[in-house]
Write a protein that binds this ligand. Structure first.
Ligand SMILES: [Fe+2]
Length: 198
């Protein structure tokens, strides 16, 4: 298979004022496209050609840095667009909410820990909710890595590369993370991935 850039599941204006049209034009139309194009070029002639995206990401990790970085970021961004929606945040589907409270203490504690993971990810990377050994955990990873290459299944991720927030928030990464959690997260998609992960 080759990688393709999906359309955004909403218009470029739809997430404003929490994420602007300009950010989505750069982030989706240019940055994600570059991962797709570079990934396709680097995949050619490798042992992973013809495999699924998840197999390529897991297989190339630690073996082919160029391919991994681009395939990993393609995987992360495919989900990232769906982890947000206009008028996001708000109520968490009840089964997922119950599990969050069971594993992480409370919804407020989960949000606090998730934001803290993003704030403390030094340099570029991602912060996550993931399912590991049947439990929901908070994680952070550098660059294009994800829970997928650390024995866990990602159910929510926030991109803390500067290209995701610098136009709208400048250096205020904590404000971006707070807006992501309170106003952008598509909890229905998180619940869908959770049900597949357990
Ligand atoms: Fe990104």
């Amino acid at each position: 298979m080759s990688f393709t850039l999906p359309e955004l599941p909403y218009s470029h204006d739809a997430l404003a004022p929490f994420m602007s049209r300009e950010t989505l034009e750069y982030h989706h139309d240019k940055h994600h496209l570059a991962y797709v194009n570079n990934g396709n070029n680097l995949l050619k002639g490798t042992e992973w050609e013809g495999q699924s995206l998840e197999e390529i990401v897991k297989g190339s990790f630690g073996k082919n840095a160029g391919l991994f970085n681009n395939a990993g970021q393609h995987f992360n961004h495919l989900h990232f667009w769906n982890w947000m929606k206009p008028n996001g945040g708000g109520a968490i589907p009840s089964e997922l909410e119950k599990k969050i409270i069971e594993d992480l203490g409370s919804v407020e504690k989960m949000k606090e820990d998730f934001i803290q993971a993003g704030v403390t990810q030094f340099g570029s990377g991602w912060n996550w909710l993931a399912v590991k050994d049947g439990k929901i955990v908070v994680m952070k990873t550098p660059n294009g890595e994800s829970p997928l290459v650390h024995g866990a299944s990602p159910i929510l991720g926030c991109d803390v590369w500067e290209h995701s927030y610098y136009i709208d928030y400048r250096n205020r990464r904590p404000d971006y993370l707070k807006a992501f959690v309170e106003n952008l997260v598509n909890w229905d998609y998180v619940a869908e991935l959770y049900s597949k992960a357990v």
